[in-house]
Design a protein around this ligand. Structure first.
Ligand code: AMP
Ligand code: GLY
Length: 426
């Protein structure tokens, strides 16, 4: 089959790498892609916001499947528009992508279908939001309703921070995304990312991971898109997975079908494992980045077979096999990230870093004058498999140390919770 992959990050490189191993693949195109993806496919320049232009390209190149990496095009309705042209797409409709595109939509769905999540209120103006926050007290969580590139959430430990976050939202700091606000109860527990492949009716568990959102060691400093991840998440025991499916995922699938927006694609549940069990923090409607990188390392099955089954409504007949190994990825970022990253510094030695069970995925790279250079905040995802998380961690950092890129940095403690657990033998 001919496949068009949309996106340019490490998530998309991992998907491209895995799809390129499929005997079903004839030719992979990626737009815009990145130099790593360019090793396994042809990079093409398409205006992803112009859905008719994407559709014309698909017709011309006889594309059998479009795989959408990031949330932006999904929330903008690219899957619906391509399907209207008769093109097969892996990814949810615009109506189903509201699970990521509107936090208020998801909270209302949870309330209506009894899905465990933090107590909340939805507000369209500062005065009523402030009154609610003052009545409830801190700690409390303030969220811009719409897509805000991961920056729209403030976990406010004091009332002052909460009010400042509300003011930022209603002052337009997040544009239209902040015109409405969700205010949420502060949950405590251990976080985990839980993925399902969905075909509108069936949700099939598709692995677990834990990521590290803060930029600094010991989970300190500002939030980022994710500085590293590992899979599986030890907190997601078979019992916790079963409860999550029964209490959260399955009611969501039924609820979405019930409101006429059946969900197909990747459902990524951000969970808080509380004393009372799993609670939904948020949904994303695509793979996590960098969580996807660790999932692809562990997936034994043919990704294209699974994506086709999701598109064709055949997931009820499928099962998924995973490697018993742990996978861990370390994000190497350009100096300045998550503020303004320095661009253009030369990266060398990737060939020395890769080897048996070690893959370096490109996340923000470019070719300049024949040299590989940094071209974004998160630049490389150095990813390794090991019998344990500790072993995967050691292999990933050994690979990091073989990369010659003085202007890059990474956290040195990715996987620390799991490594501590392994050391304690629990
Ligand atoms: P999000 O951008 O929605 O993934 O949220 C970013 C982070 O904020 C999450 O990964 C959690 O660590 C934290 N967070 C979000 N909602 C809550 C909540 N209700 N209680 C505690 N922490 C939260
Ligand atoms: N790593 C978190 C995300 O992809 O949203």
């Amino acid at each position: 089959m001919n496949v068009l992959l949309l996106g340019s990050g490490g998530r998309e490189h991992a998907l491209a790498w895995k799809m390129s191993a499929s005997p079903l693949l004839t030719k992979l195109y990626a737009s815009p892609g990145n130099p790593g993806i360019g090793r396994v496919g042809e990079l093409v320049k398409l205006d992803v916001a112009d859905h008719s232009a994407v559709a014309s390209f698909c017709q011309e190149k006889k594309i059998d499947l479009v795989v959408v990496g990031p949330e932006g095009p999904l929330v903008a309705g690219i899957a619906d528009d391509l399907r209207a042209w008769g093109i097969r797409v892996f990814g949810p409709s615009k109506a189903a992508a509201r699970l990521e595109g509107s936090k208020g939509f998801t909270k209302d769905l949870c309330a209506r279908f009894n899905i465990p999540t933090a107590a909340y209120g939805r507000f369209g103006d500062l005065a009523s939001a402030k009154a609610y926050v003052e009545k409830t007290g801190a700690p409390i969580v303030i969220k811009a309703d719409g897509l805000a590139a991961g920056k729209g959430v403030t976990v406010a430990m004091t009332l002052g921070e909460a009010v400042a976050a509300l003011e930022a939202c209603f002052d337009g700091s997040f544009g239209a995304a902040g015109a409405e606000v969700v205010v949420e109860e502060y949950l405590t527990g251990e976080e985990a990312s839980f993925f399902c492949l969905c075909d509108g009716a069936t949700a099939l568990p598709f692995g677990t991971a834990q990521d590290h959102k803060r930029v600094g060691d010991g989970d300190t400093g500002p939030n980022t898109g994710g500085m590293g991840a590992y899979s599986p998440a030890p907190v997601m025991t078979p019992e916790m997975t079963e409860r999550t499916m029964r209490e959260i995922i399955e009611p969501t699938m039924r609820g979405m079908a019930n409101i006429g927006a059946p969900f197909a694609g990747v459902l990524f549940a951000g969970l808080m494992i509380t004393d009372q069990g799993p609670k939904l923090i948020e949904y994303n409607t695509r793979f996590g980045d960098p969580e996807c990188q660790v999932l692809m390392m562990r997936l034994k099955d043919d990704l294209l077979v699974l994506l086709n089954a999701a598109v064709d409504g055949q997931l009820a007949h499928m099962s998924i096999r995973w490697s018993d190994a742990a996978a861990l990825t370390v994000v190497m970022a350009a100096r300045g990230y998550p503020g303004t990253p320095e661009k253009g510094s030369v990266i060398r030695g990737l060939d020395k870093a890769e080897g048996e069970g070690v893959q370096v995925f490109h996340a923000g790279t470019a070719i300049n004058g024949g040299a590989l250079v940094a071209n974004g905040g998160r630049v490389l995802n150095v990813t390794a498999l090991g019998k344990t998380v500790s072993e995967a961690q050691a292999k990933a950092y050994a690979a990091v140390d073989r990369i010659d890129w003085p202007q890059g940095f990474c956290r040195r403690d990715i996987g620390w919770q799991a490594v501590a657990r392994e050391k304690a033998g629990t």
